[in-house]
Design a protein around this ligand. Structure first.
Ligand code: SF4
Length: 488
């Protein structure tokens, strides 16, 4: 058996949760199709022991010792980043290759390059060196993350603790996509779920409008996302947008995004309403422009539907559109992915986001079909995607990674010059307060003085949210108020 064919890796290690999480994620990145467990038998066993001022890794493959390595600990206790650095170096020897993102397992590498730029007083060479030295990131990825961090600075700063972004979530969809791991509920035919949810959402909007006025906060960006917010009927959408525009002061807003992601839910009437209420950025997400793929993953639309809605969007006069593609759906061959990319580039949206498929817990692909990545894409293929985008004037403006993503790839938002998705940047940079409204919405209260965040969560189950809206919202308001007043 070759090491790349192993089915199971056993990690025997001290019971430190952050070490175990890091080790599991890195092992999964090196051996994407192997199961990772912490006890039992397996083809590859990695044992970690801590001995006074050193940490020892020993690998057994096919019941024979394969490798043993000792690393000196700089200081005790070893933090999770230092541990992951040691583990990464050992595993890259075992697997005989490196990972583009090195020992980084977090989803926000740009946040780190952003911090390093500030720490090094905007000396890019020093920030790049620190990033590579600390996390073993490849030069290419390090330069990408640094470039994005550099470009986002004028959008993120100056910091103003009174400026906030608002996120309103609508976790309801017309059908479940096979790869979906979000807590999104499929709408019932009678429309009860949407009606109940809208009722609760309007209560929350009013409650937060009062808090925002009370705290003298100014809304910088607004994002209505999902799920599929365009699932609301035109009448419901009108009620939602009316509440938003009458309750909140949107006069200083830089961006108002609405996700009309699935074309089968989007009509001319709804688009006109969105325009009327000053939405200035729309998302329309093909995911693939291949009809067989769309059918296979449970999307209820075709590529032609995307083109038709896109045309309506342009005719109405929206001048910023984002389109998402996912690499890896239905094991698409590289040429099919590239063909979808070309078709979307031809439409010329201002923002184009390229995701790597991540088969996560909760998705049908993982839970029912036990899906694994059969189609592994080469680096040349990913380079081709970025080259095609660059040659069509798109540049990367935001980036995040997902756990268990196809080929350990990342999600990159590209934009045409000057049309960055501002909310996306602010959300990733975590340097502004974001209030999350709706079931499952997470908010973050940012304290610039201490560069610190407090998170506020909302119950994810939409039926619980609908049934107990008043009580849930009152608790949320109390939590936000408490965190917001910490700065005063
Ligand atoms: S549209 Fe998005 S949230 Fe809805 S089912 Fe598909 S992936 Fe999930």
């Amino acid at each position: 058996m070759k090491i790349e064919e192993i089915d199971q890796v056993v990690l025997i290690m001290p019971d430190v949760p952050s070490w175990k999480n890091g080790a599991r994620e890195l092992t999964k990145s090196f051996f994407p199709n192997a199961k990772v467990v912490f006890e039992g038998a397996g083809d590859l066993v990695i044992q970690t022991t801590v001995q006074s001022d050193q940490i020892v890794f020993a690998a057994q493959f096919d019941q024979q010792e394969l490798k043993r390595e000792t690393y000196r600990i700089s200081e005790k206790p070893v933090d999770s980043n230092e541990f992951k650095g040691f583990f990464y170096r050992f595993m890259s020897d075992i697997a005989s290759h490196t990972l583009p993102w090195g020992s980084l397992t977090g989803i926000k590498p740009v946040k780190i390059t952003h911090e390093l730029l500030l720490q090094n007083r905007h000396d890019e060479a020093l920030a790049l060196k620190d990033f590579k030295d600390q996390y073993f990131v490849s030069t290419e990825k390090a330069e990408l993350a640094l470039d994005i961090a550099k470009n986002e600075m004028p959008i993120v700063y100056p910091n103003d603790s009174k400026k906030i972004s608002l996120y309103i979530g609508v976790p309801i969809c017309p059908a479940k996509c096979a790869y979906c791991s979000f807590v999104s509920t499929v709408a019932d035919k009678k429309g009860k779920l949407c009606a109940d949810y809208l009722r609760a959402l309007l209560i929350e909007i009013r409650a937060f409008a009062e808090l925002i006025r009370d705290q003298r906060l100014s809304i910088d960006t607004l994002y209505i996302g999902g799920g599929t917010p365009s699932i609301f009927s035109a009448e419901q959408l009108d009620a939602l947008l009316k509440a938003v525009s009458s309750e909140f002061d949107l006069s200083n807003i830089r961006e108002f995004t609405f996700e009309a992601g699935r074309p089968e839910t989007t009509t001319l009437e709804k688009l006109k309403l969105l325009k009327q209420y000053h939405v200035n950025r729309l998302c329309l997400n093909p995911q693939s422009m291949n009809d067989a793929t769309l059918r296979a993953v449970g999307r209820l639309h075709t590529a032609e539907d995307i083109r038709n809605v896109y045309q309506m969007i342009r005719e109405i006069g929206f001048d910023c559109v984002n389109m998402d593609l996912i690499v890896g759906l239905n094991e698409e061959r590289p040429e099919i992915v590239l063909s979808s990319l070309q078709k979307v580039i031809q439409l010329h949206p201002e923002n184009l986001t390229v995701h790597s498929l991540a088969i996560k817990k909760g998705s049908r692909l993982r839970e029912e079909e036990g899906c694994q990545y059969e189609q592994i894409y080469s680096k040349d293929f990913y380079d081709e995607i970025s080259n095609r985008l660059k040659s069509s004037e798109y540049r990367p403006y935001y980036l995040y990674r997902q756990k268990y993503a196809q080929g350990n790839g990342e999600n990159i938002g590209y934009c045409l010059n000057g049309s960055e998705g501002i909310y996306n940047i602010l959300m990733m940079a975590e340097r502004q307060t974001i209030i999350g409204i709706g079931a499952g919405a997470t908010g973050k209260v940012y304290h610039p003085e201490q560069n610190r965040l407090n998170k506020v969560y909302t119950v994810k189950d939409i039926r619980t949210y609908n049934a107990r809206a008043e009580e849930i919202i009152a608790k949320k308001i109390k939590a936000y108020r408490q965190y917001l007043e910490m700065d005063d």
